[in-house]
Ligand binder design. Structure first.
Ligand SMILES: NC(=O)c1ccc[n+]([C@@H]2O[C@H](COP(=O)([O-])OP(=O)(O)OC[C@H]3O[C@@H](n4cnc5c(N)ncnc54)[C@H](O)[C@@H]3O)[C@@H](O)[C@H]2O)c1
Length: 254
């Protein structure tokens, strides 16, 4: 997989960073994007330390809620590396745990901006570039909350169901043009995004309770999600498009 170029949004932490390490280990040049310069610089060092085969690593400051920013990042990747083989639309937020009656409309709007509109902008400009190459592979971060209903997370679940819709429908539009578009639906994974739920402050919603929701009775590791993403991105998955791969310890089998 050398000479390949991948973009990972929100790639300075959690699942995105683990995916970047996994790809760089296989010799793939990785561009990670995110809003936090310092975090990005630290992640670049970590990813570079495991990179092989001349793979390069870059961080570009970028906010996926800005269409102008997103278009610019794709332009920047293509002007430096001449192409974009793979993209992981991973940037996402989950900013409340509440039923809709108690939910804050501003929180929902922020999730729509990032999880739906942000991902839509990314896909749009990635696909435009990949169509020029007649080849490309995209993986979107959905969630088990994009397949099943999720208690206390209706607003987040709505945004992740939208990710599944964007993934499957865009996959149909471009299936015959060499561009594959898939998604992964992780179960609960120990990263910053669920840190507030795991801090032990709520006896009804903590690591033990969340683990027990999964038949394997544990949380996932970011590496386990990265493994699935890397497979979907690769030519090993050459006949797979429009698929949402659940990596969830059995959650969606219930
Ligand atoms: N951890 C879980 O339990 C879990 C489960 C299912 C799905 N997911 C999804 O996986 C993806 C990665 O999450 P994670 O678990 O690694 O958590 P994380 O918080 O470590 O990663 C999310 C990243 O997205 C970045 N980001 C957020 N808004 C952004 C914006 N506007 N522009 C650019 N970057 C932005 C964050 O700064 C962060 O680096 C998310 O889309 C999340 O919804 C996570």
């Amino acid at each position: 997989m050398t000479n390949q170029v991948a973009l990972i949004t929100g790639g300075a932490s959690g699942i995105g960073k683990e995916t970047a390490k996994k790809l760089a280990r296989s010799g793939i040049t990785v561009v990670i994007s995110g809003r936090r310069e310092e975090l990005g610089a630290a992640a670049v060092k970590e990813i570079e330390a495991v990179a092989t085969g001349g793979a390069q690593v870059r961080f570009i400051r970028n906010d996926v809620t800005s269409e102008v920013d997103v278009e610019a990042i794709i332009d920047q990747v293509v002007s430096e590396f001449a192409k974009l083989d793979m993209a992981v639309n991973n940037a996402g937020i989950s900013n409340e745990t509440a039923s809709i009656d108690l939910s804050d409309s501003g929180n929902f709007k922020a999730m729509i901006e990032t999880n739906i509109l942000g991902l839509y902008y990314c896909q749009k400009y990635e696909i435009r570039q990949m169509l020029k190459q007649s080849k490309g592979s995209i993986v979107n971060l959905a969630s088990i909350a994009g397949i099943n209903g999720m208690p206390w997370a209706a607003a987040y679940a709505a945004t992740k169901h939208a990710v599944a819709g964007l993934t499957k429908s865009s996959a149909l539009d471009h299936a015959a043009q060499g561009v594959r578009i898939n998604g992964v639906a992780p179960g609960a994974v120990k990263t910053d995004i669920i840190a507030a739920q795991l801090d032990g402050s709520d006896p009804n919603y903590n690591e033990e309770v969340i683990s027990a929701m999964h038949p394997m009775n544990r949380l996932g590791a970011p590496q386990e999600i990265a493994n699935g993403i890397a497979w979907l991105l690769s030519d090993e998955a050459s006949f797979v498009t429009g698929h949402i791969l659940a990596i969830d310890g059995g959650f969606t089998a219930k």
